[in-house]
Design a protein around this ligand. Structure first.
Ligand code: MOS
Length: 727
């Protein structure tokens, strides 16, 4: 089904099931521990042995020698995989460094060996007996030092630079000017479930039970790395304990489990230990961002400039932190630029709202600072610079853009009018109190997505798609979609996800999963409805599906009666035409935060949080709210705690565990309120929905920072805002 004109009325609009705040249908399995995660497929693979990954002890250089004899003789050891005995390996499309290193080492904790043994403890003990002799080389580990040598990256993540009008001239001539630089640190996904895989070979065919957001990408990269046909690789990933972008791509656990299983002739399970994950897998790259505004005295932007520097391994990509600045505010003369330095740190890549999340941490502080400089309320300044068209391409309107309503509605709910605009003006005992606001913005991407839907002989409905549920609620909204389309209760819909034997879906990434995967299910349901109407003797366009029946044209038939004549199955894929070129599709919101800062110690407590979001039709308000509060929590982490500390001498992230890499806990997070504006977007898909899972983190960090400045009068431009920076 090609989606190339805005959606008209369709059965989803009934909103009998879609749009209801259903509990997650996988909830009981999760909370009772019966949902098998990647490392737990004991039933399918009762005979797996254990692999333990050895990570490189240097950041850059060569392995001179690898002594394996002592490890090989250790109790229980079945085999050891290294680059020397693994055979010729390719590199996945989505991997920058090799998943198995040696003799060249590209980054610290790059996997260099897998020890396979009967038990995990035996594999771990043997791994300690491997001796590696390295030839260490000097590397580049400091973004600030490498900034001067940064170059314009390739355009494979969109244009690195944009320019409209005459930024330099307009900035120079502007009556009011602003120019500041901000920094964001490297951050880790730190999801609950570590990367893990179980591999089993049957002849030349490989099955991997793994924790992966994008099944089809994973199949492609495993096949490419091993040099085998895609058809010989099956990925199974029914439950995922968080991904945040860290599981968009296959990592060392998957490749090494496959290689280990091949070498020892038995299934092998591999989990990356927590201390290995931080340097072995990907992370969100640090940025340096310079923001310039030129405006009239009453705050109309004339010139907007945003430059961002980040680093990655050779062949890697930039953090696209200027994304939102191309679209968020009006202004005739504008420029954005992305620069990429070569760093020998672990591989950078996508983490929840890549680009916008760190980009807004800079841009939305800058707007707050400029508002203060101009003596204009920060909400008013944003409203004055609203645009209903893509400011770089004024012929392209936004499909929907309710940023102003988000700001105004939020201001009313939050009590913004009670705020004294003067910083450091409110004190409660030993606490300075402040409120901050920031705009939220994240693009709405759409992806082709397929599904298979069957009316089973017993009258139940089965949905199969390789879509994943990373804790987001995919199972539930897909069940709601099929139930709405076919007029059956959700309890009669059996959703099967995360298996490459199922039709290829959009997968979970870039906040496109919810809208795109349900649109694929919608498309398959349209086809199934045609087949069922035909069987019922009803013209397809006259058929109405509700209450377990199909009726129309004077006929009224129970689906169960149709099912008794035999299973009916339909498979379809939704694809998108050029609507995305005609309209700019984005999601918007406003974040409001109140903080208290201890006057003596500078301890920061977040007291209140509110997000108002405009993100198309909300398919399930409960799971959508969960996405947003989780993202807001992550935004507090980004503002106050999260930072991978770089050892600039030796080139690794020092705090590589959850004791040293701090994330918020319940005690750090106050009551959170989330409001969704009533919105449907017929340009996005037949579901008229958009993403929310990443919108929720976008702007939170700046809202926290702005609240801290309002409380204390201290402006910190270097995240995270730890208390030492306030004293
Ligand atoms: Mo997202 S960072 O594309 O999982």
């Amino acid at each position: 089904m090609k989606f190339d004109t805005p959606a008209g009325t369709n059965p989803i609009d009934r909103m009998k099931v879609v749009g209801q705040p259903l509990d997650r249908i996988d909830g009981p399995r999760k909370t009772t521990g019966t949902a098998p995660y990647a490392y737990e497929h004991h039933q399918e693979v009762p005979d797996a042995v254990y692999g333990y990954v050895v990570g490189a002890g240097i950041a850059k250089g060569t392995i001179r020698s690898l002594e394996l004899a002592a490890a090989r003789q250790s109790p229980g050891v079945l085999g050891i995989v290294t680059a020397q005995n693994a055979g010729k390996l390719g590199k996945g499309k989505f991997n920058t460094a090799n998943l198995l290193g040696g003799p060249r080492i590209e980054h610290y904790h790059q996997a260099i060996a897998l020890v396979v043994a009967e038990t995990f403890e035996q594999a771990r003990a043997a791994a300690q007996r491997i001796k590696v002799d390295y030839q260490r080389e000097n590397g580049a580990y400091d973004l600030h030092a490498a900034k001067g040598s940064a170059t314009k990256p390739k355009a494979d993540q969109g244009p690195p630079d944009t320019a409209v009008g005459d930024f330099a001239g307009a900035f120079a001539a502007a009556p009011a000017k602003f120019d500041q630089t901000y920094t964001t640190p490297d951050q880790a996904h730190a999801m609950m479930e570590p990367h893990a895989s179980i591999a089993r070979w049957e002849g030349d065919a490989l099955t991997l039970w793994t924790s992966n957001q994008m099944i089809d990408w994973g199949v492609g990269d495993v096949a490419k790395t091993l040099g085998i046909p895609k058809e010989k690789v099956r990925l199974v990933s029914p439950y995922i304990g968080g991904g945040f972008g860290g599981k968009l791509f296959v990592r060392a656990d998957a490749l090494l489990a496959a290689l280990g299983a091949k070498q020892v002739g038995r299934p092998v399970k591999v989990m990356l230990t927590r201390p290995l994950m931080f340097n072995n897998t990907t992370h969100r790259p640090a940025t340096i961002q310079r923001i310039r505004f030129g405006a009239t005295p009453d705050g109309r932007f004339q010139a907007i400039g945003h430059e961002s520097w980040s680093g990655d391994l050779p062949g890697g990509g930039p953090e696209t932190a200027v994304n939102q600045t191309r679209l968020l505010y009006a202004g005739a003369d504008r420029m954005t630029a992305t620069r990429l330095a070569v760093l020998d740190l672990p591989e950078g890549n996508a983490m929840r709202a890549p680009g916008e999340a760190p980009g807004l941490m800079a841009l939305e502080i800058a707007v707050d600072e400029f508002a203060e400089q101009l003596g204009i309320d920060p909400i008013e300044l944003r409203i004055r610079n609203d645009t209903q068209v893509d400011p770089e391409h004024p012929a392209r309107p936004f499909s929907q853009r309710q940023l102003v309503r988000c700001l105004q509605d939020g201001a009313k709910r939050f009590g913004w009018d009670k705020r004294n605009p003067k910083p450091a003006s409110t004190r409660e005992g030993r606490w300075w109190i402040g409120q901050g606001v920031a705009a939220a913005f994240r693009n709405n991407l759409v992806m082709a997505s397929a599904a298979r839907v069957a009316l089973e002989a017993d009258g139940s409905v089965r949905v199969e798609t390789d879509m994943t549920d990373i804790g987001t609620g995919s199972y539930t909204i897909i069940a709601q979609t099929a139930a709405e389309m076919l007029g059956v209760p959700v309890s009669r819909v059996d959703v099967r996800l995360g298996d490459s034997r199922f039709p290829v879906s959009a997968g979970s990434g870039g906040q496109w999963g919810g809208n795109s995967s349900t649109a694929g299910v919608y498309a398959a349901c349209v086809k199934l409805r045609q087949l069922l109407a035909e069987r019922a003797g009803i013209a397809a366009d006259a058929a109405d599906f509700s209450d377990g029946r199909v009726h129309g044209g004077g006929r009224d038939v129970a689906l169960e009666a149709l099912a008794r004549q035999g299973r009916v199955v339909a498979e379809e894929r939704i694809e998108y035409g050029d609507l995305g070129e005609k309209f700019q599709q984005s999601t918007f919101g406003a974040h409001f935060v109140e903080v208290a800062v201890d006057a003596a110690t500078a301890e920061i407590r977040v007291r209140r949080m509110l997000a108002v979001c405009a993100a198309g039709r909300i398919l399930n308000p409960k799971s959508a709210r969960s996405q947003v509060i989780g993202a807001m929590t992550m935004g507090v982490g980004a503002a106050l705690m999260e930072e991978l500390v770089v050892d600039r001498r030796l080139g690794f992230f020092v705090n590589h565990d959850l004791a040293g890499y701090e994330v918020p806990v319940h005690a750090d997070i106050p009551h959170q309120e989330v409001v969704f504006l009533d919105e449907t977007d017929p340009v996005s898909s037949p579901m008229k929905a958009k993403g929310v899972g990443e919108l929720g983190i976008c702007g939170v960090g700046a809202a926290v920072a702005n609240a801290i400045h309002h409380a204390t009068g201290v402006r910190v431009r270097d995240y995270p805002i730890t208390l030492d920076k306030l004293l």
